[in-house]
Design a protein around this ligand. Structure first.
Ligand code: SF4
Length: 136
């Protein structure tokens, strides 16, 4: 009897852990995730394993592929679309945008061409995502 009461009074291990609520962005379903901060970063609300992986990563080490545009001269358009070829830490996205604001390409540019290599020391390259022919 005494042992049973002791067990009832024992707080669950995760009772004091904060829980972060997120929307999974890995597919259009948009599951509402709850991720325990700390311990094993348990995830609930996910309809598939991708959601658990996303939730844990988003709480422990959030990253993003940066997509944007940079200025280009000598082409029929004034901006060239670009993206990083891999995720970069989310906290560096604004700094990376500052780097992009100083980039001016000269046409022609080929899709996949490296525009900025190893941006902010992340190991990710910024690449053009379309061909930009020189204006005639
Ligand atoms: S948990 Fe799975 S099903 Fe739900 S939004 Fe994420 S990827 Fe889609």
């Amino acid at each position: 009897m005494k042992k049973l009461e002791l067990e009832r009074n024992k707080a669950p291990e995760n009772e004091n852990r904060a829980v972060k609520e997120l929307i999974c962005i890995m597919c259009p379903k948009g599951c509402r995730l709850k991720v325990e901060e700390g311990g094993g970063y348990a995830v609930t609300g996910n309809a598939c394993p991708k959601g658990a992986e996303y939730g844990r990563k988003e709480v422990t080490n959030p990253t993003r592929v940066l997509t944007s545009t940079v200025k280009i001269t000598g082409a029929i358009h004034s901006c060239c679309p670009v993206k990083t070829d891999r995720d970069i830490p989310k906290q560096l996205v604004l700094k990376a945008m500052d780097v992009l604001s100083g980039v001016v390409l000269k046409a022609p540019v080929r899709r996949g061409e490296v525009v900025v290599s190893n941006i902010l020391g992340t190991g990710a390259n910024l690449i053009a995502t379309r061909d930009m022919e020189a204006a005639e």
